[in-house]
Design a protein around this ligand. Structure first.
Ligand code: ATP
Length: 329
């Protein structure tokens, strides 16, 4: 399918945070190459996800996309504008929800949304009308007079999301927008995103380390690990990479019984996290592994086990990623 010029095109992006010196010049923290040659295209109307564990480089990438951080080298084009040369143009092109919101903390919800609208060029009457519409749409009407800093974490996140929406930018860049939100607030966020996509072809770049959310809301996903894109496809396309495998999770009561030869043989293939072993196995091997651990001394040592079809987490592990930072709720 011909998709035309991408809304957002990233080319070979490199960003290294310099080493930090400790006392007497000793190295305290080494340099980190947080973007290590990232190339990707995001198309009009897509909900495009950046998935990866803590420290993978997702926020560093989106802060460069939003003109807040200058890359060492590489290109970023948003709607035909070169944002490496002209980072100041980002404010006109995109709405950004970062991980923190301290700048607006003293303001009430209503004022924060309205002020953001004015800063984005809306007239006074227009800003008030859009403010009321967005606040209504997100179910924030009861909180309009409260200062952001006096809201709960999830309420505050939703209010900040409202500020990202006002002014109706063609690209939304959202860094973990639903963190701390309850299911009602999450639904309000995804409904608002969907509406803008359907009505105006809005494009969304979304950072997440929640694999379940990624599977349900994203059109395409770039899996990021150590500053690199290690895969990029639809969630379904990524899962096909591991479709001949199933995931077996074993939780041991205490120590795994390594004196049982079948258990010892499984250990080499297991991703071990405390008492939990996660294995990706071809279906027939998984069946014989289940038979082995549900009999005799192995079963006595077993607290729980599950067999499941592959998820994005399995894709991620198959690609060599580290699973520790991925969230499954
Ligand atoms: N200002 C900074 N100075 C030095 N190193 C930094 C800075 N910001 C981030 N880093 C490092 O760069 C790497 C990428 O960090 P980044 O915040 O982009 O990751 P992330 O994928 O967004 O993680 P998270 O899921 O925890 O938000 C990490 O190793 C991090 O420690």
């Amino acid at each position: 399918m011909e998709r035309g010029v991408p809304v957002c095109a990233v080319r070979d992006l490199v960003k290294t945070y310099p080493a930090m010196r400790g006392r007497r010049g000793a190295a305290q923290a080494p340099a980190v190459r947080a973007s290590d040659g990232i190339t990707l295209d995001v198309h009009r109307g897509e909900i495009f996800g950046l998935l990866g564990p803590n420290g993978a480089g997702k926020s560093t990438l989106v802060r460069q996309l939003t003109g807040l951080l200058r890359p060492d080298s590489g290109g970023i084009s948003v709607l035909g504008h070169d944002l490496v040369r002209h980072p100041e143009r980002a404010a006109r092109l995109l709405g950004y929800l970062g991980q923190e919101s301290t700048a607006l903390d003293e303001m009430t919800v209503a004022l924060a949304v309205e002020t953001t609208g004015r800063l984005r060029g809306l007239g006074a009457r227009e800003a008030r009308a859009e403010r009321d519409a967005v606040i209504d749409e997100l179910g924030l009407a009861d909180l309009t007079g409260r200062a952001l800093k006096k809201l709960s974490g999830g309420q505050r996140r939703l209010a900040c999301f409202a500020t990202a929406l006002i002014g109706e930018r063609p690209l939304l860049v959202l860094d973990e927008p639903t963190t701390g939100m309850d299911p009602v607030a999450r639904r309000a966020v995804w409904a608002a995103v969907d509406r803008r996509r359907a009505e105006r072809g809005v494009t969304v770049v979304l950072v997440t380390h929640n694999v379940l959310e990624a599977e349900s809301v994203l059109d395409r996903v770039a899996v990021i690990d150590r500053g690199r894109v290690i895969a990029c496809d639809t969630p379904g396309g990524l899962k096909e990479m591991v479709s001949d495998e199933v995931r077996l999770e074993l939780v041991w009561r205490d120590r795994p019984p390594l004196d049982v030869p079948e258990v010892a043989a499984l250990e080499a293939a297991a991703h071990v996290s405390g008492r939990r072993w996660t294995l990706r196995l071809p279906a027939d091997r998984a069946r014989s592994a289940v038979a082995a651990v549900t009999a005799g001394p192995a079963f006595a040592a077993l607290d729980d086990f599950t067999l499941a079809t592959p998820s994005l987490e399995d894709v991620y592990l198959a690609l060599g990623g580290r699973a520790e930072g991925l969230v499954k709720a």
